[in-house]
Design a protein around this ligand. Structure first.
Ligand code: AAO
Length: 508
């Protein structure tokens, strides 16, 4: 028995499914397009103190520089070499960020673009973030080095046109991007060297971009070559956390379960469905969320990386479509993120964005390419306003009180069961997490006034959505839990945020 327990302990701690966040930190945030110097500061001044577990950073590998359109965000998904050298900063700045974040208990996860290099139409020259030479026509990337032999074109010289053909999806070009031949030992070795450099610097894991476009076995061969995490910050024998970008909304040849052995997968159904429910589209209601999670056909909770929106589908790229909620729909968005962070399913990622000028024509944003706030292409600093929000065009959803406090809520209720569900058969719902936390939503068009069993110890609690507990007092709504665990909740359907959340650390 002891031996078995030890084995399962090892499997849990050391496996690729474990994000290696510090004890009681349960969410990560994607600081999309941020500079390394700003992330280092954010770890120290905000993420560490507020209980965030880690940061997904934009791809650190040298990329092509695109001028038409002008410096789109997506140029970073077209690698030219594996030098750490992008608009986010150089290698020295990257190292400094990893160290400073780890030192305050915040992990770094790298977005690894290893399926492809730049687009076939990328031309030749040194239009790259570190000035490395490349020739997309000849498929030569001497800085790596890769040559024509290292690409899949022998098998398929065309585009992916049919997502019902797994062979095409994995061997042809995704939107014209030169597809690496990951079955070659040489290519696997080069990719693993890149990832190992990052591991040795101290990153905790990787998002594998376009994982669906790589054979699961090729990914595994690369992962098998990876070092254990740096023991300056991690237990010896710790394996890098892996989450694979596999878009599986059903109905295609490739399913996410094919990737479970390698690590977690992005569950795209999550945000698409939650958006549909909160928007009340297609006859959906919050009452149906009672069996949210596997009950909705999602992957097993210990294989899921979940999010309300990501950098693609917040602007119409990728998958999920119009139901996806973003900061542009702030009121519904806060409810969705609040629900996600309160609910036990999956490992959660919060999105942190920048503003761009949307220009929707025929349902599509023609400005979906616009890059981060910049001066002549140089990414702007993330400045912090006196009220703790961000300036210079950065949205910083992770700093919104409602979201930041729900990140803390999730930490407080970690490991507690889903409990005390209540619904009105429509869009008023509530649930708890054992005897640690409770949340109530009113997404109906009428007021909610009801007494509910919270499961919490008696006392006065601060609602962490409308305010904070500061100096022994609530700056927002107070909730009184009686000796029998019940409390009365009143939520107007016109409230700025029609939901209330309480937890034991916000008790007076
Ligand atoms: C840019 C230009 C292109 C140009 C190319 C090369 O925009 O015009 O040809 O350069 O020069 C990002 C941008 C791309 C950009 C690329 C490189 O989004 O616009 O191309 O950088 O700079 C697929 C992939 C998925 C991918 C997603 C965007 O499966 O891996 O497309 N996401 C990642 C990154 C992303 C990045 C890349 C990959 C490339 O997160 O930022 O691209 O590194 C179906 C499939 C999905 C597929 C979508 C979109 O989804 O299932 O797998 O995602 O189509 O093609 C319903 C369906 C749903 C369907 C969806 C859309 O919702 O249920 O299944 O409709 O049809």
């Amino acid at each position: 028995m002891k031996f078995f327990l030890l084995l399962s302990f090892i499997a849990f701690c050391w496996a690729q499914y474990d994000p290696h966040t510090q004890y009681e930190r349960t969410s990560i945030v994607h600081l999309f397009e941020w500079r390394w110097v700003d992330i280092a500061k954010e770890c120290e001044r905000y993420l560490g103190p507020k209980g965030f577990g880690g940061v997904q950073v934009s791809p650190p590998s040298e990329n092509i520089v695109v001028y038409n359109p002008y410096r789109p965000w997506w140029e970073r998904y077209q690698p030219i070499s594996y030098k750490i050298c992008t608009r986010s900063g150089n290698e020295e700045e990257f190292r400094d960020m990893v160290k400073r974040c780890n030192d305050v208990g915040v992990r770094i996860y790298v977005d690894a673009v290893i399926n492809h290099m730049c687009g076939a139409g990328g031309g030749a020259g040194t239009s790259s973030t570190c000035g490395s030479y490349y020739d997309a026509n000849k498929r030569e990337f001497p800085e790596v080095p890769y040559s024509a032999w290292d690409f899949n074109d022998g098998k398929c010289d065309g585009e992916i046109s049919n997502y019902n053909d797994a062979y095409q999806v994995r061997n042809c070009r995704l939107v014209g991007l030169l597809d690496l031949a990951l079955e070659k030992d040489y290519v696997r070795g080069v990719v693993a060297d890149y990832m190992n450099r990052l591991i040795d610097i101290g990153v905790a894991g990787f998002r594998l971009d376009a994982a669906k476009h790589m054979w699961p076995g090729d990914i595994k061969a690369i992962l098998d070559k990876l070092h254990n995490l740096n023991t300056a910050w991690f237990d010896s024998g710790s394996r890098p956390f892996i989450f694979q970008e596999v878009i599986d909304l059903g109905g295609e040849a490739i399913s996410s379960s094919e990737y479970f052995e390698n690590g977690r997968v992005t569950e795209f159904k999550y945000g698409a469905k939650l958006g549909t429910v909160i928007r009340k589209w297609s006859g959906e209601k919050m009452a149906y969320l009672k069996n949210w999670g596997e009950g909705w056909g999602f992957v097993p909770t210990d294989r899921a990386l979940v999010f309300v929106d990501n950098h693609d589908n917040q602007r119409g790229h990728g998958a999920g479509g119009a139901s996806i909620l973003t900061f542009w729909d702030a009121r519904m968005y806060k409810m969705a993120v609040g629900f996600m962070l309160a609910h036990p399913y999956g490992f959660t990622r919060v999105m942190s964005s920048y503003y761009w000028e949307r220009n929707i024509q025929n349902g599509q944003d023609v400005n979906d390419w616009i890059g981060p706030p910049n001066d002549n292409g140089v990414t702007k600093e993330v400045t912090i306003n006196p009220d703790t929000t961000c300036g210079n065009g950065w949205v910083c959803e992770h700093r919104w009180r409602q979201i930041r406090n729900m990140v803390a809520f999730r930490n407080v209720v970690n490991g507690e069961p889903f409990s005390n569900w209540w619904d009105n058969g429509s869009n008023q719902v509530a649930f708890g997490r054992g005897n640690k936390g409770f949340i109530v939503f009113n997404n109906d068009d009428w007021a909610l006034l009801i007494t509910l069993q919270t499961g919490l110890p008696a006392g006065t609690y601060c609602d962490v959505i409308s305010g904070d507990k500061i100096d022994g007092n609530c700056t927002g709504i107070k909730v009184y839990v009686e000796n029998d665990g019940t409390a009365q909740f009143s939520i107007s359907h016109c409230a700025e945020d029609p939901f209330i959340a309480i937890h034991v650390e916000a008790k007076l």
